[in-house]
Design a protein around this ligand. Structure first.
Ligand code: GLU
Length: 446
């Protein structure tokens, strides 16, 4: 395989799909050497097949807003790869959603899911629907209209969506209700992230953030460091940021910043339980602004237009959106003394930011390893659904711990460099790729 040739071809076909091309390039560049040691991969054209999704559904979603006006959005489901299990991955509701964004997310998901040790293929979906300012009734009607189109393509052994940006427990509830009505059967395992009383796994809401901190602990431990007493800057204030803030605080770190599209809130003495709980109210308000946090807690300061990366911290945890931390942000963090960045959002750092961190010997780990605890716990939810039972929080937490440790071990196995340092980007990409590539090889040319 020659990465330059494959990328040139993809650029010709999909030149406008920037996020997709960025995600593919990152993976191909890190697996190139290993891939070229396997002529059987080349013969079966594994990479050429793997970079294209199996299929993409695109559909119109029409719904009626509270004023009685008809609204139309676009809905998508990218079924990326099912070599190791049914398609699995979240739904994103955000005005910037495009096929490029969902292709990048589905591609990433394929490797991430492979890393979890569980049998899940990769998928992603969503809509350009903007939840900002919408009432609960509008959100419900949109979710129902979305499911009306998608339901025939889903199933516990076919494709199992979950949440992502703009889709949380409330939306999964509405989607599940409509699915059940349309399918005329109760399939507990057709969506994950369900309510704990009707088939959801305990700890699923916390899992992405908790898993990220377990991974961070392993990474720090390996580097001879400890999270206790360290300062942490978190971007975002949604579900993932909330889980990360909860666990970081529990482990004795000080969360000194959270942020939103409107700016950053600095938190001088770290977060209290009341502050962490308030993050959930902020998200549920559908306003997508973080400023009210500083009004509610006067010891905090809101700085409009600034990112979390302007705040002095030991550890940076991007928890919001792709490319939210760029090369200049990385330089600013490093100048302020940051020595670790664990990407919790999917592709949260630009390639320039990753290079800046790696050149400066900042400990860096990529999203597909760090945030895999979310989808892993979705996988555990699927298992509980199949078995028609529910595990305790302690059981789920122990399994999540084990999975995050396994992912860390896989990164170390494939990412250890001749000088003894660990390239977590390479490690995660190669480990995820190997599993999917071997599964594809054994299943023939399909
Ligand atoms: N959206 C999450 C992710 O990026 C979770 C997906 C899932 O639970 O299926 O991995």
């Amino acid at each position: 395989m020659k990465v330059a040739e494959i990328m040139a071809n993809l650029e010709k076909k999909y030149g406008h799909e920037k996020e997709y091309l960025q995600a593919v390039r990152e993976v191909l560049e890190s697996i190139e050497d290993v891939y070229n040691q396997h002529p059987e991969f080349e013969k079966a054209k594994i990479v050429e097949r793997l970079v294209e999704p199996d299929r993409i559904f695109t559909f119109r979603v029409t719904w009626i807003d509270d004023k009685g006006e008809v609204q139309t959005n676009l809905g998508y489901r990218v079924q990326f790869n099912s070599a190791i299990g049914p398609y699995k991955g979240g739904l994103r509701f955000h005005p910037a959603v495009t096929p490029s964004m969902l292709k990048f997310l589905g591609f990433e998901q394929t490797f991430k899911n492979a890393l979890t040790t569980l049998p899940m293929g990769g998928g992603k979906g969503g809509s350009d629907f903007d939840p900002k300012g919408k009432s609960d009734a509008e959100i419900m009607r949109f979710c129902q209209a979305f499911m009306l189109e998608l339901w025939r393509n889903l199933g516990p052994d076919t494709d199992v969506p979950a949440g992502d940006v703009g889709v949380g427990g409330r939306e999964i509830g509405f989607l599940h209700g409509m699915y059940t009505k349309l399918a005329r059967k109760y399939s507990t395992g057709v969506l994950t992230g369900k309510g704990a009383m009707w088939g959801g796994s305990i700890l699923r809401p916390e899992a992405t953030g908790f898993g990220a901190l377990y991974f961070t602990q392993h990474l720090l431990h390996k580097a001879g460091k400890d999270i206790k007493g360290k300062t942490v800057a978190i971007s975002g204030f949604g579900n993932v940021a909330w889980g990360a803030a909860t666990k970081a605080t529990e482990l004795g770190a000080q969360v000194v910043a959270i942020s939103g599209p409107d700016g950053v809130v600095t938190i001088p003495n770290g977060m209290s339980k009341e502050m962490i709980d308030y993050m959930l109210d902020l998200r549920a308000s559908n306003q997508n602004i973080v400023a009210p946090f500083a009004t509610k807690f006067p010891e905090c300061t809101f700085i409009p237009g600034k990112k979390a990366w302007s705040v002095k911290c030991d550890i940076a945890l991007p928890c919001a959106f792709q490319n939210e931390l760029n090369g200049d942000d990385a330089k600013e963090l490093i100048a302020n003394g940051t020595w670790c960045c664990c990407e919790v959002s999917n592709m949260g750092c630009t390639p320039e930011a990753i290079k800046t961190f790696q050149d400066a010997k900042v400990l860096f780990a990529p999203g597909k390893a760090v945030n895999a605890g979310g989808v892993a716990t979705s996988g555990l939810e699927m298992t509980q659904n199949c078995m028609h039972l529910g595990w305790s929080a302690a059981e789920v937490d122990a399994k999540l711990h084990f999975i995050m440790e396994s992912i860390h071990n896989a990164c170390v196995k494939y990412g250890t460099q001749p000088d003894g340092t660990i390239d977590y980007v390479k490690g995660a990409n190669i480990a995820g790729f190997m599993k999917v590539a071997h599964a594809m090889l054994e299943q023939g040319i399909i």
